[in-house]
Design a binder for this molecule. Sequence first.
Ligand SMILES: *[C@@H]1O[C@H](CO)[C@@H](O)[C@H](O)[C@H]1NC(C)=O
Ligand SMILES: *[C@@H]1O[C@H](CO)[C@@H](O)[C@H](O)[C@H]1NC(C)=O
Ligand SMILES: *[C@@H]1O[C@H](CO)[C@@H](O)[C@H](O)[C@H]1NC(C)=O
Ligand SMILES: *[C@@H]1O[C@H](CO)[C@@H](O)[C@H](O)[C@H]1NC(C)=O
Ligand SMILES: *[C@@H]1O[C@H](CO)[C@@H](O)[C@H](O)[C@H]1NC(C)=O
Ligand SMILES: *[C@@H]1O[C@H](CO)[C@@H](O)[C@H](O)[C@H]1NC(C)=O
Length: 567
Amino acid sequence: MNVLLLISLALNIGQVLSVTFCQVTPTIQLSLGECFVLSPDQTTDVQSWGIRIGIENASEICIVPSTVVNSTFLTSSEICGDDQLDMQDVRMTKDQCRSRRGGFITKSSVPSFSTDGLDVLNPGWVGFSNKIAAAANATLKLLIQQIAVVEGLITEGQMSTTSHLGLASSSSFLERLKLLGRIGAKSWGLNSGSQSHLSPRGGSLVLGGFDQSSLAGPFFDYDITTAKPVENRFCPLQILVTGLRMNVQTANNTLSRVLVDRSNKLEACIEPYDNLFRVPQAVLDTFQSAFKEVTKFTGERVQPSEYKNALLNLEPGIVFPKDAGDFNATLRFTINYNQTVDIPFYELLRPLRGLDQKGKVVVEEKYNEVQIYASPAPGDAPVLGKAFLSQVYLYVNYEKMKFYLAPQNLEASTPLPVASESDSCGISQPEAGRTAETNGLIAVGSVLGALVLVLGALAVRRLLRCLKARRGPPKEAGTEEARSPTPDQQPLGTDHGSQFENRANAGTPPSQGFSGSAVSLTSQIRQVDPHRQVLLADIREADDGFGSCGNPYDISMGRNNQGPSYA
Ligand SMILES: *[C@@H]1O[C@H](CO)[C@@H](O)[C@H](O)[C@H]1NC(C)=O
Ligand SMILES: *[C@@H]1O[C@H](CO)[C@@H](O)[C@H](O)[C@H]1NC(C)=O
Ligand SMILES: *[C@@H]1O[C@H](CO)[C@@H](O)[C@H](O)[C@H]1NC(C)=O
Ligand SMILES: *[C@@H]1O[C@H](CO)[C@@H](O)[C@H](O)[C@H]1NC(C)=O
Ligand SMILES: *[C@@H]1O[C@H](CO)[C@@H](O)[C@H](O)[C@H]1NC(C)=O
Ligand SMILES: *[C@@H]1O[C@H](CO)[C@@H](O)[C@H](O)[C@H]1NC(C)=O
């Protein structure tokens, strides 16, 4: 008996079974990072940051995940009209404006729609004194996915930069994707990458699940809040900062300052749309005094008008001349008494960056910028943006009204998406105290284990059948095909193009946990047993199809060769 044939048969059956008997829950992966939009009819390309998506068949734009809004908001060409070019005391060029906005659509290229109801659905947007003057029902093109959804159009105002991919608790985009069966749950996971100068990297957005490869430690879970804004800000992702310590490395020693402790703990919003830290006035004051103590800098921060000829600063932080000295500070956050998050110095300080007159990204080495917003947070509501998220993976599940934070794997490459919705294939869920790497190994281990089982069961079965066959005439062998409809196979996410997606490897959703404590997610070990049972039961059922004792290839299995895989 040819053992190799048997092994390859078992491998094939393993694939058929995993596609046949597991309800694979789909997810969508999008890559996040530097976003360039080429524009033949404009003078310069757009240089921005976010996810590049197509709108109808007309244009591409850069869009940023946002919990500021429930609706998706697209920048429209009016936003760079002559009356919209003044950003505080700096006047933008049209090219700067276009890059700042991540490009824009033109109203005439998209089907217009009524704005009715958008105010009510987006209290946070209206609260920031934004107007909703126009809306569209345009098709968003995410590589091969096409989703028509009602969007607000951003035609005026300086309170935001790029288009918003609305992912707040009543996200119409997520609701539509779920309704159309493109994702299994209203959930998303964000690796926000890094926009630091020393160590920049891209990230990913998984819709309908999270990315296992982005995890470097256990998830901590928190409740999602919709009822109560933080100060005046509507934000679903609220955390309690119970500690914030700043350590500054100087030539001689380390200066340490407590900015927040248990006695003055504060509620903060996590907001993936924002970049910088936004802190209340009191924290800003403490910070600035420490800053002056460490550096030779005594004056006020450098104003955007001072460097406007060199560049336009999109979100002005605390800018100071480079020759004032280093400010090698790190921040340590304690969230809800339990989870600590360390922000390294290169996420806090970088050379001044912005857009030149042509809208191209440039760096002005004469200045440094601390990534803390220079004016106190609006309404004094603290916001933790992408500088914070550079160190933590964020997973939001509106089906459970929970969100989860885990240390981010800074070396994550191709996402390994795990769907939020449970299904019979549940292989891997991250677990408290376990890293993505061990999860991956165990996933591989359990797949191998299952294959060995399949192999063994097959061998025994065949032996029995063949013995039986010698005693009586063999039954007619039917070739039973994979039964449940196979989800159409998408190419696995790789680096081609700025977007990619696949049908996810599935998993069960995290179980409930204590707020702010390490979550004990469904144990992978515990899942191996039901998984095995499924496989064994299925072998029994599918056995009729294994054909005669002579030729193991009677069975037709000429498909599903590129099913989802962890390898
Ligand atoms: C987009 O494509 C459709 C047909 O697929 C066509 O009717 C429509 O005119 C196109 N729109 C633009 C702006 O090119
Ligand atoms: C999203 O909609 C829900 C329900 O309408 C609302 O409670 C919440 O405040 C909205 N979120 C934002 C950020 O506007
Ligand atoms: C938006 O347009 C699509 C077709 O492109 C349609 O199926 C959908 O119903 C429209 N949405 C609304 C709210 O009318
Ligand atoms: C601060 O960081 C910079 C950049 O890495 C480094 O060159 C410098 O030596 C550091 N200074 C101190 C005082 O640690
Ligand atoms: C650091 O040490 C040097 C020499 O030991 C001393 O001259 C300088 O004043 C010290 N600086 C601070 C900030 O203490
Ligand atoms: C902190 O975590 C521990 C276990 O990790 C848990 O027992 C405790 O309840 C948590 N504390 C809070 C305030 O959530």
